[in-house]
Design a protein around this ligand. Structure first.
Ligand SMILES: N[C@@H](CCC(=O)N[C@@H](CS)C(=O)NCC(=O)O)C(=O)O
Length: 202
């Protein structure tokens, strides 16, 4: 598999997943220089000119959450995703897509310093609703994590959410609430994130 990424990108969220799946050696990592990401050569792989992007034979998979879902299903024997007929699969998918949609939207809105008034005007069409709704959802998930988001089984959704929380906290767009800490401390113990300083430094 070929994995197109940039060291300063959300492609980094996939590195601990490769480790958890034990597939680092099956991945050829290709660094895409941002100065050339909109050149025809890379656009022929991902017309959006974005990383990360995974190429597995004839399949070209962009969108980080899709790569997460694809790999955990491809290597389902590793047990990082509830099986297709497992009732917890819905919750697992919910968290993967929460990260991809509302969580990244929240980060963009905070970074762009969109006002509370503007958010309220667009609340019904924003995927996160408003800040209060976003935090209510996240806090409830953390509160019910026992010990992980879907229960006993550690899944790729735990890893993906923890990565985004750490990222947002380090970028100072998300407060490190007490409600997040027990969950984050559990994830920090995973061997796959032991050398990721900005997760460990939380
Ligand atoms: N929806 C995509 C977004 C990917 C994305 O925005 N990647 C950024 C790096 S974090 C990028 O490639 N930026 C380069 C550019 O737009 O020129 C995903 O979640 O994978």
């Amino acid at each position: 598999m070929k994995y197109y990424t940039n060291k300063m990108s959300r492609g980094n969220t996939l590195l601990p997943l490769f480790r958890e799946l034990g597939i680092e050696n099956e991945i050829e990592q290709i660094e895409v220089d941002y100065a050339h990401i909109h050149d025809p050569e890379y656009l022929s792989i991902n017309p959006m000119g974005k990383v990360p992007c995974l190429v597995d034979g004839a399949s070209v998979i962009s969108e980080t959450a899709a790569i997460y879902a694809y790999l955990t299903d491809k290597y389902h024997a590793k047990g990082l995703a509830p099986a297709l007929d497992d009732p917890r699969r819905g919750e697992y998918l919910k968290w993967l897509f929460f990260c991809h949609g509302p969580m990244t939207e929240y980060m963009d809105i905070k970074t762009l310093q969109v006002s509370a008034e503007q958010i309220e005007q667009r609340r019904s069409s924003l995927s996160m609703g408003n800040e209060a709704a976003f935090f209510a959802f996240l806090k409830q998930g953390m509160q019910y994590a026992d010990p992980y988001l879907t229960g006993e089984q550690f899944t790729a959704a735990d890893l993906y959410l923890a990565y985004w929380i750490a990222f947002a906290v380090q970028f100072k767009v998300l407060p490190y609430l007490d409600e997040f800490k027990p969950f984050m401390e559990r994830i920090k113990q995973r061997e796959s994130v032991r050398d990721i300083d900005w997760i460990q430094q939380l």
